[in-house]
Design a protein around this ligand. Structure first.
Ligand code: ADP
Length: 169
């Protein structure tokens, strides 16, 4: 399994699956969530609404999946990251579960390539370096057999440098 880090927009990638940093409503929002729904079109939102009707949204740390809509991906895996609360609300456990549950779905779907954004490090304010260690270490521990490529897509320079240095240091 190859772990890559790139700087860019996750909606532009051609991979089997991308992960969305969604919110509990599954109805879209700002940041990467807004970008994915905007680029992916109504189909993704329609499927999110169906999931919502069935199970009432998605809890923090959990994950669900939809089609990729107009994106160049087969699936979007939507996971809900924790909002940073100075470490008082089991944020690290929840963030670890985001990566674990996204990988579990990726395995079920037999995806070979998957791209992750830096979950929780935008609007939810999780400290970037701590979030990066959780992301990388959780992925390294799991290494599913079908998965050949894991790409961390960093949108901002800070995250890119943190991931690059941690993976190459
Ligand atoms: P959260 O609410 O989980 O913090 P955000 O979308 O605000 O979610 O931020 C998560 C990360 O996604 C941030 O590091 C942000 O810079 C990044 N991001 C925002 N837009 C994109 C995009 N189009 N592609 C990849 N990453 C993005």
């Amino acid at each position: 399994m190859k772990i890559e880090v790139i700087k860019g927009d996750i909606t532009k990638l051609t991979v089997d699956a991308i992960v969305n940093a969604a919110n509990t409503s599954l109805l879209g929002g700002g940041g990467v969530d807004g970008a994915i729904h905007k680029a992916g079109g109504y189909e993704i939102l329609e499927e999110c609404k169906k999931i919502r009707n069935k199970q009432g949204g998605c809890n923090v740390g959990d994950a669900v999946y939809t089609t990729g809509g107009k994106l160049h991906v087969k699936y979007v895996i939507h996971t809900v990251g924790p909002t940073w609360n100075n470490g008082r609300s089991k944020e690290s456990t929840h963030l670890t579960r985001c990566y674990q549950n996204s990988l579990r779905i990726a395995v079920e779907l037999k995806v070979r390539s998957i791209a992750f954004p830096n979950i929780s490090t935008g609007i939810y304010r999780y400290p970037k370096a701590e979030a990066a260690i959780i992301a990388i270490e959780t992925i390294k521990q799991h290494q599913p057999v079908h998965l050949q490529r894991i790409i961390f897509v960093c949108f901002d320079e800070d995250n890119f440098k943190i991931y690059y240095d941690y993976l190459n240091g």
